[in-house]
Every structure is written in structure tokens, then in C-alpha cells.
Design a binder for this molecule. Structure first.
Ligand SMILES: [Zn+2]
Length: 411
């Protein structure tokens, strides 16, 4: 094991970010710019002021963490800003050697009069494509050394929403004014995933996954089973924000009822005290079996360290985070940023943070990085994905050779 994995090595290796919210990852300077142009009022016009008041390093609770999204969503209400935000996000990822990303967002939050689902999705894809083309035509990739940049889009349904979250939601709430809330939320998810599948099939846009986001406690994913079933039937891959706010049963529901191919966060996977179903006689055994199942089926867990530390009161330090247990159980784990702006982090920083606090063998570390590529909902044939992962491994090993002297004692 290494005393310390060189930060320069972590910076250089090809990385992924599979759990990355578009509206949580704007450049702060661009948010200020876009707000000025669109007439959105911000609590400060300066980056320092916004860092102090809204986008902090530490948050009191989840509502404070989520407060900034009000501003980022407010400026992402036209194609130009959506495209720009997506392009800049890809550029920022590229600059730190992230080579594969899956950008997730709820298109419903951006839909309005004269801006439909398809336009929203196209605008984001266009922005990402622009950055990808610039990189992939450059000398690094054409010369054969560097790894090409690739991306997919993940559309998010919301566990719950309110009329203030946008014109689309307001209209929907009105349409369902006589129905119970669960019916409203379930109908919204289904409507969205139907639109996403249809657009994918008609346009060929790289819509690769479906996710359920938003406050978890009290809003079980099972309520959205019809939407997940539609995704499943149409071979759209699935991930679920699960085990972030409550326990292992939520993860079980995600993989059994929602057919999740990956799990977002999974923070409370090992917390047997959170098992509520009284028919589970031995909660400790239950979580062990659940973890074994995830490991065995290679269901990748998208771990977002900084974000969890910011929003989970019980996890004050990286050492308290179950990521160590996950790796110990042989789970397929990849590290993600969640929100580059709101969590004030990068993919490199997440890996560095882990390496600083959790002792990892050279193999464990490589597996963790490669798990992001292997667990990707890659928007192409499987043969192509295999070739891509091979290219990543070759690149990774070449960088290891360049750093041979510095990482000599790391086994
Ligand atoms: Zn998330």
C-alpha cells in the first residue's frame, strides 16, 4: 500500500463521472453571466459573495445544500444557456482528464412554452458534443495516446415536485388536482420516460439512462414502478438515488422493483439499524446478503463522498463513510462528484480525498477508476465499449509506467 498516492498521478489518469447533475455543475462565472442576461436576481453578483451565501463548502442541512439549484435552474431556461452549460461542463471535465461522463438532469425543469423535451435534450447534447469533437479531433486522440471523450445523457424523474418548480409542473398539478399526490408523481415520471424513450428512438440522441432524484424519505422509488417498467421494456438503463436518505430496503427496492443497473449513493447500504421491515428477522444478515448480491451482479454504486459529507449529518469524515466497506466487499464502486458547483469539487479531488483517508492497494485503486468505465451506460455497441475500456486500461498502464519511481512501493 502506498503511504500517499501522488496527486499528480491521480490528476493524469483517465477518469469518469457517472453521477453528475447538470444544474448542480455550472461554472460560477457563467451563472453570474447568465443571470445578468436573463434577469434572474442572485443574492450576490460576485463569485466570492455567492460562495459565502449559497455555494458553500459546508452546509447546515439538505435544504441549504439544495437552495442553490433555484438559481441554476432559473437561468437554464433557454437552449443557448443549456448548450453553454453542457459544453463548459464537458470542458471542465476534460481539463482534469475525465474522459467519460453521464450528465443527468430533469428535462421537465427546463421545459416551457416554445421549449419542448426534445429541444432541451438536443441543446444539452449539442453542448457536450461540441466539447467532445474539439478534444477528439485534437493531436492527443488522433495521435493514439489519449482516450477519446464520450458521454451519455441520463434523464431524471422527480420523487416529488411543486408548482414553483416550473411551468410544466404547474400544469401537471392542475391536471391532477383531484388525484392523490402519489398518482401525480407516478404519472409525471411515466410521461417523462415515455417522451425520453420516443426521442431516443426517433433522434438517436445518446439518452442512455433513467434516474429518480429528489428527497427520498417518505417518497419510495416503488411508487414510480410504471416509469421504471417502461424504461426496462425499452432497454433504457436505470439508476436510482437510493440509500442516500434512508436504508438498505430502499436499495433492495431499487434493484428489484425498479430493475436498477446502478445505485446512486447507496450510503446506508450497511446500516442494519435502518431496516424497518419487521419480517426481516436478522437485519445484519440482510445487509450482508444485499451487499453480496450487489457485488455479485456487478451493480455499480455511484459514490459521491463530498456530497454525502455535506448532506449527511452522521458522516462527518471520509473515514466514517461506508465506501471502505463497499470496497472491502468487492463491490463495483466508482467515485462521482454529484454536483461540481454545489459540492465545490472535481473528479480528481474526490479520488484524492478517498486516497488520503482510505488505504488502497494499487489494484483496488485501479479497479475503482476502471469501474467507472465498465459501469458506464455507454451509448454504443458493447463491442465498442470493450474496445474503449481496453484503450483506457492501456492509457492507465502507460501512466503507471511514467510514475513508476514515485509509486514503486505501492502494491
Ligand atoms: Zn445526485
Amino acid at each position: 500500500m502506498a503511504e500517499r498516492i501522488p496527486p499528480g498521478f491521480i490528476a493524469q489518469i483517465p477518469k469518469t463521472d457517472l453521477h453528475l447533475h447538470l444544474d448542480g455543475s455550472l461554472r460560477l462565472s457563467s451563472l453570474i453571466d447568465m443571470a445578468r442576461a436573463t434577469g434572474v436576481a442572485l443574492p450576490s453578483q460576485e463569485e466570492a459573495g455567492l460562495r459565502e451565501r449559497v455555494f458553500k463548502d459546508r452546509y447546515r442541512d439538505l435544504p441549504e445544500y439544495l437552495a442553490g439549484f433555484r438559481y441554476t435552474c432559473a437561468v437554464l431556461q433557454n437552449e443557448e444557456n443549456l448548450e453553454r452549460a453542457a459544453c463548459e461542463l464537458a470542458e471542465d471535465c476534460l481539463a482534469e482528464n475525465v474522459r467519460y461522463i453521464e450528465v443527468r438532469f430533469a428535462p421537465q425543469l427546463h421545459v416551457r412554452k416554445h421549449l419542448g423535451y426534445e429541444q432541451v435534450l438536443r441543446a444539452v447534447a449539442r453542448g457536450l458534443e461540441r466539447a467532445a469533437t474539439a478534444h477528439n479531433r485534437g493531436p492527443g486522440v488522433t495521435g493514439g495516446d489519449d482516450v477519446p471523450f464520450a458521454f451519455g445523457l441520463i434523464v431524471c424523474a422527480m420523487r416529488r415536485f411543486s408548482a414553483e418548480m416550473g411551468a410544466y409542473f404547474a400544469g401537471l398539478i392542475d391536471r391532477f388536482r383531484f388525484a392523490p399526490p402519489e398518482e401525480l408523481y407516478a404519472a409525471a415520471s411515466l410521461e417523462m420516460v415515455r417522451a425520453a424513450v420516443a426521442i431516443r428512438d426517433e433522434t438517436g440522441l445518446p439518452i442512455v439512462g433513467f434516474d429518480l432524484a429528489g428527497e427520498e424519505a417518505g417518497y419510495p422509488a416503488g411508487a414510480h414502478r410504471a416509469a421504471y417498467a417502461h424504461a426496462h421494456r425499452n432497454f433504457l438503463l436505470k439508476t436510482v438515488h437510493a440509500g442516500e436518505a434512508y436504508g438498505p430496503e430502499s436499495i433492495f427496492q431499487a434493484i428489484t422493483v425498479c430493475h436498477a443497473n446502478r445505485i446512486g449513493h447507496g450510503t446506508f447500504l450497511f446500516d442494519h439499524r435502518l431496516v424497518r421491515d419487521t419480517s426481516i428477522a436478522d437485519p445484519r444478515r440482510y445487509v450482508e446478503q444485499l451487499a453480496e448480491y450487489l457485488a455479485n451482479r456487478r451493480i455499480t454504486v455511484e459514490v459521491c463522498l463530498t456530497s454525502n459529507l455535506q448532506t449527511t449529518p452522521g458522516i462527518a469524515r471520509v473515514a466514517d463513510h461506508p465506501v471502505r466497506q463497499m470496497i472491502g466487499h468487492g463491490l463495483s464502486v466508482c467515485l462521482c462528484t454529484d454536483n461540481r458547483l454545489v459540492s465545490h469539487t472535481t473528479a480528481t479531488r474526490e479520488l484524492q480525498r478517498l486516497a488520503e483517508h482510505v488505504p488502497l492497494t494499487r489494484e483496488q485503486f485501479r479497479n475503482l477508476v476502471v469501474a467507472g468505465f465498465k459501469g458506464a451506460f455507454f451509448p454504443g455497441p458493447y463491442r465498442e465499449k470493450r474496445g474503449y475500456v481496453r484503450r483506457v486500461l492501456d492509457r492507465y498502464e502507460a501512466i503507471e509506467r511514467d510514475w513508476a519511481k514515485e509509486i514503486e512501493g505501492w502494491h
